[in-house]
Design a protein around this ligand. Sequence first.
Ligand code: ATP
Length: 442
Amino acid sequence: MGEPVTMEKIVSLCRRRGFVFPSSEIYGGLGSTYDYGHYGVLMKNNIRSLWFREMVQERDDIVALDSAIILNPRVWEASGHVAGFSDPLVDCRTCKLRFRADKLDEAQCGRKPSMRPGEWKECDLTEPRHFNLMFQTRVGAVEDASSVAYLRPETAQGIFVNFKNVLQIARRKPPFGIAQIGKSFRNEITPGNFLFRVLEFEQMEMEYFVPPDEAERWFEYWVQARFDWYLKYGLRAEKLRIREHSEEERSHYSSATSDIEYEYPIGWGELEGVANRGDYDLVQHTEHSGTRLEFVGEGGERYTPHVIEPAVSIERIFVALLADGYHEEEVAGRGRTVLRLHPAVAPVKAAILPLIAKDSGQVGHARALYEELRGEHLVEYDDGGAIGRRYRRQDEIGTPFAFTVDEQTLDDETVTVRDRDTLAQERLPIGGVRAWLGDRLP
Ligand code: ATP
């Protein structure tokens, strides 16, 4: 007990409880792609809607957008992705594996896994070559160079090319933001590490357009606001840190970038990036499209806004929340695994359990309570198996509360509520459960 949380343990829990499966598993899977089962879908929905609530619903200055995945390929020429969105790769002529040249110290030699590529005497690495991360596809019936298109590697460009639409139609003036959630695709060459680095992921990005002289202030603001958001949903402060990128590390467009890092079971890694993109994107698209992407004030003053971008994927948040919430502990001489997820994040908010499944009175009360609660919250009814096993199942999927209907319920119309973390139980009138739960859920 109290052993370190490993990625293997998280993968195993996700599979056992139906959060995440390897994709197309019956055909042997496909590296770095996953499918989500019931609880995974519920948890992703929660992450998505908490982000949306924070970024759009509770603010006056940010509007939503949902742009296409396949854009005019000229977008990616203008943005610099066709020329520059690449990783340096090396091949090993001995084991025939391919590695990212900048991540060799995290990789294993194909023949001697205890060594890094290049460390074993028979390793024979090529010089690094650049490999574009965008997936290519073709649009239309004719296969020629003019039909080449790309699956977007980030959602941000769909925002920049809609800048003028939003400015005019949503009648915005800097500072204002455009937020988008959607799939992005990258042909990542360093596989593994579960959902941390996958080929397709759901990005949540917000481009915040500001007067140029306010860019630094807003950059600091968004780094802090995003950091605080993770604390709000329960990630432990000691597992989070802010790391500023050095000049060499920054993307071609960025004048400052800070990563919010989480200490994953595989070590510290980027959870979310906050970048000051300057006026790079709007200027590039103005030049390439011929459409002026700038702000014109009522007095006729005009300027190209600078852009601050917080960008994260649901997948990286999902793994961080699972790693942070995963605990193995001993209770009354028996081991239990529990996911201490924030109630807002937990896939199921409460379980409703009749103590004895054969007792029709208990089942009747439990079903009635379940029907009452399910209209408002994602709750689960379960009458299968011993009560201890049912509790343990709910602990493993992170359900914060369990309401149990027992014999006493039939006499006095009360139920017990069991707290996932403290295991404390108290009795509540069955008629008050809905309000009690409503007070505890966001
Ligand atoms: P890394 O250095 O880890 O490859 P990056 O700097 O390329 O990440 P960005 O381009 O800044 O990542 O993407 C913004 C966010 O999108 C990241 O902070 C991360 O949350 C998420 N992300 C990027 N690539 C992946 C991926 N392959 N799988 C899952 N999430 C990803």
